[in-house]
Design a protein around this ligand. Sequence first.
Ligand code: SAH
Length: 326
Amino acid sequence: MDLALLERTLAERGEPGYRAYQVWEWSSRGAASYEEMTTLPKALRATLTESVPFSTLELVTERESRDGTVKALFRTHDGHSVEAVLMRYRDGRRSVCLSAQSGCPLTCTFCATGAMRFGRNLTASEIVDQALHFRRLEQIDHAVYMGMGEPFLNFDEVITSTRRLPDLGITHRRTTISTVGWMPGLRRFVDDVDQPIRLALSLHAADPAKRSELMPVNDRYPLADVLAECRRYVELRRRKVFVEYVMLGGINDSAADARALVSVLDPRAFKVNLIPYNPTGMYEGSSRQAIERFKSVLERARIPATVRLTRGRDIEAACGQLASVR
Ligand code: SAH
């Protein structure tokens, strides 16, 4: 819901100031229409239904994976595609994976989103509406900005959207923003954002030449600078940074690659999350043995490492598989 439009519409009608809050309270708790908002006068509900679209996004399709993961494809009013994912875990956690942009202008070679045409930055309302969509299905308690796009290329709208999530049941401590290491945004995140939002860094190769090959953005913002900024985050917030590392067979998964990673990471500042490669056509995923070997090199160096659970692969909802046209 476009909250600015909502407030304007209410003000034009001379409605009392608390109306906008009432509407937000209903929506953030999962109401599916203005009609359900029984504390609003009936005539007002009808006006809002006509003049303020209930969501800034139109749902195009929705699919559910065998593991319970749900992927939704939306369209913005101006025709851009946006995908978001609901992940359901056995321990009861419900995590939404949100997109910050339609498509992505960066061209990481292993990611399907980078191969689709870049649309535009999403507004804060368009980001929150992805979460609200799933909130209408069930309670949600975690959010990761790991969908389409680079959150720090859309800094203001992303941060504005995070401020709305606690009302949906997602605290800042359970909110994670993932970045390729886009320095202008990362710096502002470390300097200006006081909320205890978690930070994740997509690293993927410690060797500069190798990282540049996988992630061209590395030429612009070298890893050493990015890691220094992450350490500053850890010092200020006293929370570790998650390092994401997608395991590509024969590319970045050798014991030497693991040692290179150890050499750039301070165990007091980072935890590593190894991500099994989700097929996008370009690479082979690492074998289970290669992933275990990599993990044990990290652990011997006392760097905590976990292997990410793969969710929603059968519906192309897994990491790196979000792309509305393929
Ligand atoms: N642009 C931000 C936010 C997207 S996060 C970032 O890159 O951090 C999406 C995560 O999925 C990133 O860590 C990305 O590197 C990873 N990823 C991309 N393609 C993947 C693939 N094919 N298999 C597994 N993980 C992938």
